[in-house]
Design a protein. Sequence first.
Length: 260
Amino acid sequence: MSYKNLKTTLSDGIITIEISREAKLNALNGDTLDELAEIIGTLSQNLEVKAAIITGAGTKAFVAGADISEFQGLNESDAYKFSERGQDVFALIENCHKPIIAVVNGFALGGGCELAMACHIRVASDEAMFGQPEVNLGIIPGYGGTQRLTQLIGKGKSLELMMTGDMIDAHQAFQMGLVNHVAKDKLEALTKARVLLQKIMTKAPFAIGAVIDCANAVFNQNTDGYQVEATAFANAFKTQDFKEGSKAFIEKRKPKFRGT
Ligand code: COA
């Protein structure tokens, strides 16, 4: 599958998806969002892919936001659909059962910060800058940012960032809990992400998908997260991987999980 605004490479089961509109600081236009939806939608069926990295082309930007040029002429109903579309695509990422890490290599503003937050883990390079500057345009985050930023860093800090539109650097983002790790540059951040994913990929795939579902359930007000956990816990006992994992522990060897 070839894409106009994404570059993909697959190695050792990890697909790297690079948002590639460098001249526009990788701003997410409608086409790019569609391509992202398509590729994330294929991840669960693609047996060659075990995990993913999402990053931006070059070193200046991860994603500098939704493409502001596409805002012109949107009326209220268009804007509602625009927001829902972005929310749906980012929900695909958040709910994917294969681990997805954002490698944030520069500006992650507006929709870029929201994209990073939809990923399961964030690794930033030293150059990364985060922010939700929508108030500067007279609007607000619309791709889930008001929710995920508050979930990740708490209401006080989230409101400060969203109300001031200020940018923070990678180290401030780390201190706030917005990113998991900071690396010295993009290359080191990509390496760190691969090391994390390689470790996660040695675990039972069912268990990885189940912890993603359970952590997401915390923020779903229509769901009892404890019930989701108990059900997923019980389902884990039906898998061959559970039998293999517990047997390997008794036999003092490393388990060989097969995803069954
Ligand atoms: N949408 C569309 N185009 C964007 C963009 C966005 N979100 N962010 C950057 N670009 C474009 C610029 O228009 C410019 O295009 P041009 O060369 O054709 O004029 C190009 O990317 C380079 O950006 P530029 O502003 O010249 O770079 P800079 O180094 O001076 O500033 C930023 C970098 C990130 C501070 C600045 O681009 C910016 O503030 N971008 C918007 C961020 C934002 O508000 N995002 C939330 C949107 S809801």
